[in-house]
Design a protein around this ligand. Structure first.
Ligand SMILES: [Zn+2]
Length: 301
């Protein structure tokens, strides 16, 4: 036991000594490594200092390449100028000063364009949302909305505004992508609300889409902030002459992905003769069965 304790103490002492040694060596290391500073005279080699002022990095204003702080040495900077840019190596200091001003102007421009880009991106989402809500073709963004907005801006605000408007991405592809993203987000939010509700009920309705293809429209009723809410949940594509069992399979595939059937207190149809026959099988597939969302049979009040 005592041997063990001693060995443990020795081990701890050793550890302490080791950590002290590392600390010492790191401080001595700190003393050895120092950050090289930028000097104005380096401009004659075509370099400016960028980044952290304590540890600036040399940036070649001729080619835009950036090097590490360790390269902040006249010899290294001069070597880069001679090797990479022999054409300008004998240029006067004024030449590099002008280059530096150009570079700073570009930096300002970059900062300005980044904020324009962010605003343009927001605008792009807002417009895509409107296009979806208005059920318009996704090409309307590039074909009508953008040119029309440019016209209005040109007449009322001038060319600068028109140039900014041009940055708003509204091509059909972009609009499609944005609407998909927004739809996914809305769906996720809806699932979140339904899952937080103590119960939910479904209403299913067979319909046809714009291409005359059969679809199953699903509406959901649930409790949110002490109020009963009704939302359109999804439209499921249906192969022609779908039997009831397949109808349920398609619905089950969607529901089971995000919701629990055990919280479903009712599933209703619109009661139309063409629907009821097949949907009886659908409703039989779920725990409860009710007919007609209108009288809300089977739904808690
Ligand atoms: Zn260079």
């Amino acid at each position: 036991m005592s041997t063990k304790q001693t060995s443990l103490e020795r081990f701890l002492r050793k550890k302490k000594r080791l950590s002290e040694e590392t600390e010492m060596s790191s401080t001595s290391k700190k003393r050895v490594t120092f950050n090289r500073q930028y000097h104005e005279s380096y401009l004659k080699y075509g370099f400016v200092g960028t980044g952290d002022s304590h540890k600036p990095k040399p940036l070649c204003i001729v080619c835009g390449d950036q090097f590490s702080n360790e390269a902040m040495k006249p010899s290294k900077l001069l070597r880069h100028l001679n090797a990479k840019h022999p054409g300008v190596k004998d240029k006067s200091l004024e030449y590099f000063e002008r280059k530096k001003r150009e570079h700073e102007g570009q930096k300002k421009f970059m900062r300005a364009t980044t904020s324009i880009k962010e605003n343009a991106l927001r605008a792009s989402y807002l417009v895509a949302n409107r296009i979806a809500k208005a059920k318009k073709s996704f090409t309307i963004g590039e074909e009508l909305i953008l040119p029309a907005t440019k016209d209005i801006c040109r007449e009322l605000l001038g060319e600068t505004a028109v140039e900014k408007i041009a940055h708003v991405p509204l091509s059909a592809d972009t609009v499609t992508r944005r609407i998909e993203e927004i739809a996914e987000d809305i769906e996720a939010q809806l699932f979140e609300r339904i899952n937080a509700s103590p119960w939910y009920a479904l209403q299913v309705d067979e319909s046809t889409d714009i291409d005359n293809k059969a679809i199953l429209l699903v509406y959901v009723r649930y409790l949110y902030q002490e109020d009963v809410h009704e939302d359109w949940l999804c439209a499921l594509p249906l192969p022609t002459n779908t039997r009831g069992a397949e109808l349920f399979k398609s619905l089950d595939g969607y529901i089971s992905r995000q919701l629990k059937w055990s919280f479903c207190v009712g599933i209703c149809t619109d009661g139309a003769a063409a629907m009821t026959g097949r949907l009886k099988e659908v409703t039989a597939g779920s725990t409860f069965q009710c007919q007609g969302m209108g009288n809300q049979t089977g739904l808690p009040v």
